[in-house]
Design a binder for this molecule. Structure first.
Ligand code: F6P
Length: 325
């Protein structure tokens, strides 16, 4: 093995730079050349790339975003796009491609295997933490802290006005971030895909009323995962107001993707980046480098999007039972 490619794909996540740094340093130590593709798979299809040396990754471990930039790539959903990507990788004589991203990026990687003859490996990088095969994905810990910082501030004003707030957090298909942020912020209610069957306006309103019966006028925070209510948190706030429950909606949005990565994400990014390169040298192919119970390990890429990864059901159940008191 002489030359490997690397890219960051899908929603960017704090800690991706730490991972890139580890990939480049590990490759350099093993006399491998690294080509970095820009804007995810778009850089492969459109041939936008640069050689990455240790110089390029010095001083980036503390920065959010990704020096390679990130994007989703529509071309990777077409046979022509996949063939073009594979052709370009072959032309560059790349022995392997390392993809840092989430389940959508790994679906593209798996599809690429039909045409690309080199080794393929993934590293989980997404604030959603919805990738099977790793306890945590790079970026989740930082996004959680960012969401908590915001919700704690919302709590201050909610307390002062004895108000009800709906705080919308990211997580397209999963409530991992919503549950973690809701528990850690002491939210009174959490609305997430894992409780979707229990979601209805009557129940939500009833819970608020019960809490106010027990505690009198008080602050009350509902953490809601995006896509859980048609029209989002603002629409839900409007519907609750129709029932005489005055509340405010606060949508955290993309701030959750930015910021300096916390220590846990820098360490995870470093560990998985280094491990992925070492495993490529051992011949790993169609695998994701993840971490389970503190141990780095490989997990089949084709299984990473099975969406079986569970939120903490114990904490969620506990929160449902006690939060109104
Ligand atoms: O996958 C990460 C994520 O931030 C999701 O939580 C969110 O649904 C999505 O990306 C937002 O995507 P975009 O940046 O395209 O709006």
């Amino acid at each position: 093995m002489k030359r490997i490619g690397v890219l960051t794909s899908g929603g960017d996540a704090p800690g991706m730079n730490a991972c890139l740094r580890a990939v480049v340093l590990t490759a350099h130590a093993n006399e491998l050349e690294v080509i970095g593709f820009q804007r995810g798979f778009n850089g492969v299809v459109d041939q936008q790339y640069q050689t990455l040396s240790p110089y390029h990754v010095s001083g980036i471990i503390q920065n959010g975003g990704t020096i390679l930039k990130s994007a989703r790539c529509a071309a990777m959903q077409t046979e022509e796009g996949l063939q073009q990507a594979a052709q370009n990788l072959h032309d560059l004589e790349l022995d392997a491609l390392l993809v840092i991203g989430g389940d959508g990026s790994f679906r593209g990687t798996v599809a690429l295997a039909k045409y690309y003859k080199g080794q393929l490996i993934g590293v989980p990088g997404t604030i959603d933490n919805d990738v099977d095969g790793s306890d945590f994905s790079i970026g989740f810990a930082t996004a959680l802290d960012t969401a908590l910082d915001a919700i704690d501030k919302v709590r201050d004003t909610a307390d002062a006005f004895e108000r009800i707030f709906l705080v919308e957090v990211m997580g397209r298909h999963t409530g991992y971030l919503a549950v973690a942020a809701g528990i850690a912020a002491g939210a009174e209610q959490i609305i997430c895909p894992e409780l979707a069957s229990e979601l209805n306006l009557d129940k939500i309103a009833d819970h608020v009323e019960q809490a106010r019966k027990h505690r009198g006028n008080c602050s009350y925070i509902i953490v809601i995962a995006e896509t859980m209510y048609p029209g989002g948190a603002s629409a839900l706030a409007a519907d609750l107001e129709q029932r005489g429950i005055e509340c405010r909606a606060s949508i955290l949005g993309h701030i959750q993707r930015g910021g300096r990565p916390v220590g846990a994400d820098r360490i995870l990014g470093t560990k998985l980046g280094a491990y992925a390169v070492e495993q490529l040298l051992q011949g790993a192919h169609m695998m994701m480098a993840g971490e389970i119970n503190g141990q780095a390990g490989l997990y089949p890429l084709v299984l990473t999007g099975d969406k079986k990864k569970q939120v903490d059901s114990y904490l969620l159940r506990w929160q449902q039972q006690v939060a109104q008191y």
